[in-house]
Design a protein. Structure first.
Length: 424
């Protein structure tokens, strides 16, 4: 057998082996070809106006208002996190069927798909409804685990409430079972670099002011600082200024549910260089911290850039001043190149008030701790040393009488003697 014949037979043999392997493989379908658990839900997602999430201990009701805003019924229709709602809707619409599982009620508990009304049930019932109350889709969600073939998704056991058959599905169903976890967390988010000043008033009447002179200043200052004092830790002033930066809530209630005692509240007024003022009033009750907020526009606090010095004044200040002015111009050009859009502080105040009005926010303690700090804790005072003063005052005068001094010292005079000049 020559080499040419051998090569030909090797190719034929390889082809036969490949064909045999392909023919003996079980028939499979890709994930994209698998049927969805709710074949029609994806076409009617825009019709969903209510989502009910029920567990053994709690029910959460998400409602979409006439403006398209999703709200939480159990929290007086406070806005919810829109992304979480969208993720849940899309997750249900694109849930794909992997395989049928048990249809025996006695086996439901093994995969967590028992009715939520049963004792010790850990399942979740999700129902999607139209405006008229018609149910578009409903499913009981049981145990889940990381998908074997796709680490970005999960294998989830589900069952329709009116059917006995349980299924193993593939997808993502991000379900928040606690009502507070659905709330839109962010209350306000002010850029700390744009804060011009913060005025703090404590329940005992103590008041102090933290401020910056210009937007370019890196550090905040403490007003009315004594000459012999300095700010102990500058970062503490900045912490105060960042209180309203990404301020999130833990819970929320309507204002009529709780009254604030003026004698037990801390008042903080945050003012921006744009003229926006946000007043935050906080109090503690039964170990929890509460806050109300209000916004206003104060044109008197808008920062105005001081006028530039003219050339004559600049030239009289010498070369150093001219060099500094050139550097300032370079910085100004750089800032203009990346200038932020102008903020309409008046409009911003109106929008914030529409959001704040009528609500009391529950906050984590660490978010209001800085507001409770006392002025004395912010500064360190340097007192002159009493011992050194006394030592200086009590130094005895030198008595040189009777000392056998060299003649060169002579008698002390008020005029230094002139030394004779000698040629080298």
């Amino acid at each position: 057998m020559n080499a040419k014949t051998f090569s030909f037979l090797a190719v034929i043999t390889l082809a036969v082996i490949i064909a045999a392997v392909v023919l003996t493989q079980p028939e499979t379908t890709t994930t994209s070809e698998k049927p969805t658990f709710f074949p029609d839900l994806g076409t009617v997602l825009n019709d969903v106006t209510e989502i009910n999430i029920s567990t053994k201990g709690e029910t959460v009701t998400l409602i979409r208002d006439e403006n398209g805003q999703w709200r939480l019924k159990e929290k007086h229709n406070y806005p919810v996190a829109v992304k979480k709602v969208h993720d849940l809707l899309l997750g249900a619409a694109y849930l794909t069927v992997l395989e049928a599982k048990t249809s025996k009620p006695a086996s439901y508990s093994k995969i967590g798909v028992v009715d939520v009304t049963e004792e010790n049930a850990k399942s979740t019932l999700i129902t999607f409804k139209k405006a008229a109350g018609e149910t578009l889709a409903s499913l009981i969600v049981g145990n889940d685990r990381l998908a074997k073939t796709d680490s970005t998704r999960r294998e989830i056991y589900v069952r329709k409430p009116d059917e006995k058959q349980a299924w193993l599905t593939l997808g993502q169903l991000p379900i928040e079972k606690e009502a507070t976890d659905w709330l839109a967390q962010e209350i306000v988010n002010l850029d700390s670099d744009n804060i011009r000043q913060v005025s703090i008033t404590h329940p005992d009447g103590e008041n102090f002011l933290v401020f910056k002179d210009t937007p370019k200043d890196e550090e905040f200052q403490l007003a009315d600082l004594p000459e012999n004092a300095k700010v102990k830790f500058p970062y503490m002033l900045r912490n105060l200024a960042t209180t309203l930066t990404r301020l999130d809530l833990d819970d929320v209630m309507i204002a009529s549910e709780m009254a604030f005692d003026d004698k037990a509240t801390t008042r903080a007024v945050f003012t921006t260089f744009d003229g926006l003022e946000v007043t935050m009033i906080t109090t503690e009750k039964d170990g929890k911290h509460y806050a109300t907020l209000a916004a206003a526009f104060n044109p008197d606090t808008v920062y105005v850039e001081p006028p530039k010095k003219d050339d004559k004044t600049a030239s009289s200040e010498g070369e150093d001043a001219q060099s500094e002015k050139a550097d300032d111009k370079a910085d100004e050009k750089a800032e203009q190149a990346e200038e932020k859009p102008k903020v309409d502080a008046k409009k911003q105040a109106e929008e914030l008030n529409a959001k704040f009005q009528g609500w009391i926010y529950t906050l984590s303690r660490y978010k209001v701790d800085d507001l409770e700090i006392k002025r004395a804790e912010l500064i360190s005072v340097k007192e002159p040393s009493a011992d050194k003063v006394e030592e200086t005052e009590q130094l005895p005068a030198l008595n040189m009488d009777g000392l056998d001094l060299p003649a060169a010292f002579g008698t002390p005079t008020t005029t230094a003697p002139m030394l004779p000049l000698t040629a080298p």
